[in-house]
Design a protein around this ligand. Structure first.
Ligand SMILES: Cc1ncc(COP(=O)(O)O)c(C=O)c1O
Length: 398
């Protein structure tokens, strides 16, 4: 069987692979603390579920326009105006089956075969695969804890060539939890404008920021920025609706049209029931209450995990200011061994930690082989137990 060149270059998701391994161990009765999840461990709020039930009861179960139902586009336009200071007409918004789908269609609609896409690293592992699928070339820019895992204007300027089409920005960031400040975005925008490139701004963790950090959409910084940015967002993380599959873009009209047109042939509309309930999710005041209570719980876990993981020998943690991940440099342990096997990198570290009953994601999946990612969308009890096991694991290394 000859697979197409594009598809054979795609790597399967390492995060899903490790989660599956941990799940299998659990099914076999082995105790595993899972720090791998990429989704909140809260139920979707009842008011959203009630709205979905209503959609079923009134028979809202047919196709909607491929780009999404008008009421939801209006609710999103209102949200963008109210919360982000962004003025988009409903026809500049395209609703999709999840932000991942929006990202794919966005990249495919602007990136020409052979054009370069700047991806600050560590990155969410899906970006490179989507760029490759679209025929683009990934240009990685390595960031580290010295700049809080954020790309600097100097780094960006150096990475841009005459083949560069865009940069993918992700703030708050998966996997590092980094949040770009307004000043940092203004400085990056100067370079972006001088080089005349596009921005794909993945804002899916917008609502999950801590310590008084302010979320800023780069698109809101100037008219130029708005005209050259595709804002990608969705309801997955903020409303704990990962399974409902609702994402969206807000973009200049021409891009929105192109994305809508592509989408009309790939996925058609996002689930009508989920769209119907998303209108209520965004418009109701109950949304804010839900997000505030989820954020409070996540913040407690974040602080506890950060403080206590930082005490484990050889763990160098980046303090996360957003999302729900802790990124830990564990390279101090490379070269040591566990049960006779040498830790050669993050993958081996994760593999051996699993034997101690802790599932985590190796940083190599995100382009940083020195680190691991711990998700704190697990109970405080699990966090405590997981930390205990990690401490033991580290103390047993020879
Ligand atoms: C940075 C980032 N962007 C996008 C997504 C995808 O969101 P959705 O579930 O809406 O496709 C994720 C999910 O893990 C993510 O971490």
């Amino acid at each position: 069987m000859n697979l197409s060149k594009r598809v054979s270059e795609i790597s399967p998701s390492l995060t899903l692979e490790i989660s599956a391994k941990a799940k299998k161990m659990k099914a076999e009765g082995i105790s595993v603390v899972g720090f791998t999840a990429g989704e909140p461990d809260f139920n979707t709020p009842d008011y959203i579920i009630e709205s979905a039930k209503k959609a079923l009861d009134i028979g809202f179960t047919k196709y909607t326009p491929a780009s999404g139902m008008q009421e939801l586009k209006e609710a999103i336009a209102n949200k963008l105006k109210r919360e982000n200071g962004l003025d988009y007409a409903p026809n500049q918004i395209v609703i999709s089956s999840g932000a991942k789908s929006s990202l794919f269609h966005s990249i495919a609609s602007i990136v020409e075969e052979g054009e370069e896409v700047v991806i600050p690293s560590p990155y969410w592992l899906t970006y490179p695969e989507l760029v490759k699928l679209a025929g683009g070339i990934c240009v990685y820019v390595q960031t580290d804890d010295k700049t809080g895992y954020k790309i600097t204007p100097e780094q960006l300027e150096k990475a841009i060539t005459d083949k560069t089409k865009c940069i993918i920005l992700n703030s708050p960031n998966n996997p590092t939890g980094a949040v770009y400040s307004r000043e940092e975005l203004v400085a990056l925008l100067k370079v972006i404008e001088s080089k005349n490139i596009w921005v794909i701004s993945d804002e899916i963790y917008e609502k999950l920021v801590y310590d008084g950090e302010e979320f800023v959409s780069i698109a809101s910084l100037s008219e130029y920025a708005k005209e050259h940015t595709i804002v990608v967002n969705g309801l997955s993380k903020a409303y704990s609706m990962t399974g409902w599959r609702i994402g969206y873009i807000a973009a200049p009209t021409e891009i929105a049209k192109a994305v809508s047109s592509m989408q009309s042939h790939t996925t058609s509309n996002a689930c009508s029931i989920a769209q119907y309930a998303s209108v209520e999710a965004l418009n109701s005041k109950k949304g804010e209450e839900f997000i505030a209570s989820m954020l409070k719980a996540l913040d407690e876990r974040r602080k506890y995990l950060y403080e206590n993981a930082s005490k484990i020998a050889g763990f160098k943690c980046a303090e996360p200011k957003g999302a729900f991940y802790l990124f830990v440099d564990v390279s101090a342990h490379f070269g040591k061994s566990f049960e006779g096997e040498v830790i050669t990198g993050s993958l081996k570290f994760a593999d051996l930690a699993l034997r101690k009953g802790v599932a985590l994601i190796p940083g190599v999946a995100f382009g940083d082989d020195n680190s691991i990612r711990l998700s704190y969308t697990v109970s405080m009890d699990d966090i405590k137990e997981g930390l205990k096991r990690l401490s033991e694991f580290v103390s047993e290394l020879k």
